[in-house]
Ligand binder design. Sequence first.
Ligand code: C5P
Length: 310
Amino acid sequence: MSELAGASLTYSAPAKINLYLGVGPTRSDGYHDLASLFVALDVYDMLRVRPSDAWHLAVTADSATVSSSAVPVGSDNLVYRAAVALARHTGHPLQARVELSKTIPVAAGLAGGSSDAAAALVALNDLWGTGCTTDDLVAIAATLGSDVPFCLIGGAAVGSGRGEKLDVVPCSAHSLHWVLATSTGELGTRAVYEEFDRLTAGYLVPTPDVPDALLGALTAADPHTVAAHVSNDLQDPAISLMPGLRSVLAAGRDAGALAQVVSGSGPTVAFLTADRAHAGQVQDRLRGVPTVRAALHATGPVAGPAGVVR
Ligand code: C5P
């Protein structure tokens, strides 16, 4: 093992949205089988790691997008849980000075915590010189949460199982323009899945599948065809728990967005636009909606956690 003496390493941790999220029946372990099309976007948290003889984690938050009180800093923080999992897997002592700088809102359906965990696995594997392969890190990631494996590989991928089994979708970076309307409120993932179960009780929930036409349109970077297939089975449960989402979706639709969808378990809403200028028009309209905290322009797909030269 060759630890990087005195070095400070900085990594980007991108947000994700789901262009498609089909939710199947509840499994015996309480999870749901999914058919998910994940895309990583260029809205980033940043993670800096340095050698230390103990464990330190400091978190700062961009007040435009994140309530600092919402970010867990103790044993609930996914960066800490990722560090513990990597230390256990490799036998390396749990020693690092870590600074997490948050821009991705918490409990927002953008996998911010999952992406921080993925970045921590990559960063500490580099800092500690522990030599894990990407496959090793993906296996550790799956123990931390259903979205963490995708956050590790980034780009675009179809997720099956509970979201952790991934098939990469080839496509050009930064090919689609989005507006992310983040919310003044939060939704817990578990609560939204429970609402899905409540709303579908008594109905046969089919096994979901991502449409081939959507995959082809994403690879071809054709926003109009992508727009025709964007869908999320957690949207109705999210609206049921947070009815104000209806006016956010309507505002983007009225502003001419090509498609609008709640991201993951919400409450962030993702609006697909034709290009940068169109995204600006949609942003302007959304900034007038009282429950919208920030309207962010984002492009994707982008790579997973990457070292940044500072
Ligand atoms: O895997 P993760 O910890 O992110 O999941 C949070 C919660 O979301 C789970 O406890 C479960 O209630 C729900 N979930 C689910 N099916 C999935 C993924 C998550 O029911 N495929």
